[in-house]
Design a protein. Structure first.
Length: 304
């Protein structure tokens, strides 16, 4: 059996569809643990409207998505834990694909499929480079190398992980509003290889609310970057990890460039170049930041 953990906070309009995506899986050996993280819009009542005995609703005071996921992990009854957010989707074969990976690659402790981005009626596919295997699935023996030059190969709605491994790394970091999942996948990739299917069986739904949330959160203190640097200092020989840390700061530098935060562009660019001094794009960010913001916006629009 697989335990499916769904953190829930004010997703009244989407959580029913999310639950139906799980109930309609071709693989039916699962339980669903929904952790209502202090919703105020009636989301929990929507969950209570489902009569399936495999669904359990846990209520707690609002503590953030990491606290909700950690509570869900604690409440699960299975050896393997999968995650799905309350506004995203699974295709019917998602769990079956993950089970196939477990059977084929038992030496791994973490499993994931590919995914798609959905914004309104538009669907976009991920860009994945340097995949180390031929065929539809295999083992990401170079996780950090792939993650440094692609879309994130795994995300919070695609993965299934051994519960013992989640407990070993301490679960999800509490107190980080954005990037907490990225930090978790990093810790897992240091401990074990990811078994991976290129088949996109999950759908990440992107809207203006999500865009605004991410834009707001990245300006806060960079706890993810701080932790990534600590992980690299502790594991300097892990292949690709140094370049992966550089990519994190590069992305933040680009975000600050879009917002006209010149001082922060240079600060995060310097951090990126510390870990990868050969990245020409980071030098370009610094030079472009000296231009009037109107020109910067036009350049970003042209090349994005």
């Amino acid at each position: 059996m697989i335990s499916v953990v769904i953190p829930l906070y004010n997703k009244k309009d989407s959580v029913a569809h999310t639950l139906e995506c799980v109930l309609n899986q071709t693989y039916q050996e699962f339980e669903i643990v929904v952790v209502d993280d202090g919703s105020t819009d009636g989301s929990a009542e929507v969950v209570e409207g489902f009569a399936d005995e495999r669904i359990r609703l846990i209520r707690q005071e609002n503590g953030g998505v990491s606290a909700a996921r950690n509570r869900g992990i604690k409440e699960t009854r299975s050896e393997y834990v999968a995650f799905l957010d309350a506004d995203d989707e699974w295709k019917p074969e998602h769990l079956q694909t993950l089970v196939g990976l477990m059977e084929k690659y038992p030496q791994c402790g973490a499993y994931s499929t590919n995914y798609e981005f959905k914004q309104g009626d538009k669907v976009k596919h991920t860009i994945l480079n340097k995949i180390p295997f031929d065929g539809e699935d295999g083992v990401l023996t170079n996780y950090f190398e792939v993650a440094s030059c692609s879309h994130p190969p795994v995300c919070s709605i695609t993965i299934c992980i051994k519960k013992s491994l989640l407990n070993e790394i301490g679960g999800f970091p509490v107190g980080i509003k954005s990037g907490e999942d990225l930090l978790t996948w990093t810790r897992i990739a240091i401990q074990t290889d990811w078994a991976y299917s290129l088949k996109a069986t999950a759908v990440y739904c992107w809207d203006d609310e999500e865009r605004a949330r991410r834009k707001e959160n990245h300006i806060e203190k960079d706890l993810v970057g701080d932790n990534l640097m600590i992980l690299y200092d502790q594991n300097p020989t892990v292949c690709g990890l140094k370049r992966y840390v550089a990519r994190w700061f590069k992305i933040r530098s680009m975000c600050f460039l879009q917002e006209g935060q010149r001082r922060l562009v240079w600060k995060t660019a310097a951090m990126s170049l510390k870990y990868n001094p050969t990245n020409v794009k980071v030098y370009a960010f610094c030079m472009i930041s000296l231009l009037p913001q109107s020109i910067v916006n036009k350049l970003i629009a042209r090349f994005s």
